[in-house]
Design a protein around this ligand. Structure first.
Ligand SMILES: NC(=O)NC(NC(N)=O)C(=O)[O-]
Ligand SMILES: [Zn+2]
Ligand SMILES: [Zn+2]
Length: 458
């Protein structure tokens, strides 16, 4: 038989256009894209009325294994697959130990073995004291490195520490040498920590106080400092979860001046503002925080103008107790949003259906651009010889986010009760069905480690 699977009659989102074509898949790869495929296949999927898109490449996920029961490769990747994600890059923090040396990385890989439903690459961390470990991590195949300029909110033995300026500078020098890029959580810790202390001293502990304690200038200041050091050292940079227009503009300016720098933002900054945060409560707490409507409007403009390179979930889950405080003090609550299961749907609804972003631009934002940045050459688009990482999305199906549908280890989400006007109905990872709306998660955990050292040339 020529094909294992043929996906027929869908509107297929190709690199620059959307076309009514069939896709032929064999051994997990896309081997034919044409008007009508007539040769035989083991299986046919009818995608009439649906978009057929590359699965999301979610480059910012905290799976918190080993050492913490906040999420896991199994539950987390089930949620990701159900939401239309087919590959991820796992963050080096929230697991214990954090992924800051090769032993920790190997422990993480052990946890992932035969558990993941989507393919996974790993971040290594840059923290004070681990410059000597960066090369080892590269040899283990990390996709990139991550550091925090803000404090991380977790402080147990083995937890991730934020960088001081000296470490940041030395780390960048080393990564420039290794040819890797550094991703940065850019909020200046001196602003955010001091603001938080001042607020708490005055007993000001509401959601609005928390948002005020992490102002846009804390983000812009950290971005500027990192850009300066990146320029000095020649280190390539990426900024995670950018939440303000001014930070976007700083980064774009540096790129125009020749720096190799990219940025991501996350669905929550586009779909919830401070008012929503106040209504929803602590499950919507994250850092940088959700912002005022005016800031959100400007971030939308930046996205529609093509100034945001890609979207990530920053899925950063925790147990429900950590989203509660007896004293109603928002500063005591863990910062991190569980959202990855609804991200593709939410953003397709908000960006494509409500704001007119083209479908192929949407596919670039969720798949092609992150795959390119992380050098996942076999991922990120529907094209010949690429992995058949494909989702079907029905643009005319509405649903309400319900707790019982969430696959997370701890099924809470700021989106509970929200109606979304489109839905991922099937997810294929390398040609294998892993999620079907009617049946839920199906088959085996087929996810594989995407080591930067064993990527196929195509
Ligand atoms: N410890 C965390 O998971 N932090 C994360 N938390 C957020 N974004 O609220 C992050 O990416 O900064
Ligand atoms: Zn962060
Ligand atoms: Zn994060």
């Amino acid at each position: 038989m020529k094909f294992d699977l043929v996906i027929q009659n869908g509107s297929v989102v190709l690199k620059d256009s959307v076309e009514k074509v069939d896709i032929g898949i064999k051994n997990g790869k896309i081997i034919e894209i044409s008007q009508h495929i007539n040769e035989s296949a083991k299986e046919y999927v009818d995608a009439t009325g649906q978009y057929v898109m590359p699965g999301m490449v979610d480059a910012h996920v905290h799976l918190s294994e080993p050492g913490r029961d906040w999420e896991g490769f199994e539950t987390g990747t089930k949620a990701l697959a159900a939401g239309g994600t087919t590959s991820i890059v796992d963050m080096p923090l929230n697991g214990l130990p954090a992924t800051t040396n090769k032993e920790a990385l190997r422990r993480k890989l052990k946890c992932a073995e035969n558990k993941a439903y989507v393919d996974y690459a790993l971040y290594g961390g840059l923290v004070p004291g681990n410059i000597e470990d960066l090369e080892d991590l590269s040899n283990e195949g990390v996709a990139a490195y991550k550091c925090f300029m803000a404090t991380t909110g977790t402080d147990e033995v083995g937890d991730f520490k934020n960088v001081d300026v000296f470490t940041l500078y030395q780390g960048m020098k080393k990564l420039a040498e290794l040819g890797h890029f550094l991703s940065i959580h850019a909020e200046n810790a001196e602003f955010t920590d001091q603001y938080a202390l001042d607020k708490m001293k005055q007993g000001k502990v509401t959601i609005r106080d928390y948002v005020e304690s992490r102002p846009v200038i804390a983000e812009v200041d950290a971005v500027s400092q990192a850009l300066f050091l990146g320029k000095e050292t020649g280190c390539k940079l990426h900024f995670v979860h950018i939440s303000s227009r001014r930070a976007v503009e700083e980064i774009i300016k540096a790129r125009e001046e020749g720096q190799d720098v990219t940025l991501e933002s996350c669905p929550h900054y586009f779909t919830m503002d401070l008012e929503a945060f106040e209504k929803i409560g602590p499950v919507a707490k994250c850092a940088p925080p959700l912002r005022e409507k005016e800031e959100q409007d400007q971030l939308w403009e930046a996205l529609l103008e093509g100034k945001i390179d890609f979207l990530t979930s920053d899925h950063s889950p925790c147990p429900p107790e950590m989203k509660q405080s007896d004293t109603n003090n928002i500063f005591e609550i863990f910062g991190g949003i569980s959202g990855c299961q609804n991200n593709v749907d939410l953003m397709f609804d908000e960006a494509v259906k409500k704001r007119g972003l083209s479908v192929h631009r949407f596919a670039q934002l969720i798949a092609t651009n992150p795959a390119n940045r992380f050098n996942l050459r076999q991922k990120g688009s529907i094209d010949l010889d690429k992995d058949a990482d494909i989702i079907l999305l029905d643009p005319n199906q509405s649903y309400q986010v319900r707790k019982e549908d969430l696959y997370y280890r701890h099924p809470h989400s700021p989106y509970l009760g929200r109606t979304i006007n489109c839905r991922v109905t099937k997810t294929f990872v390398r040609g294998q069905l892993v999620f079907d709306l009617e049946k839920g998660i199906v088959g085996q955990p087929v996810g594989k480690y995407l080591s930067a050292n064993s990527l196929v040339e195509i």
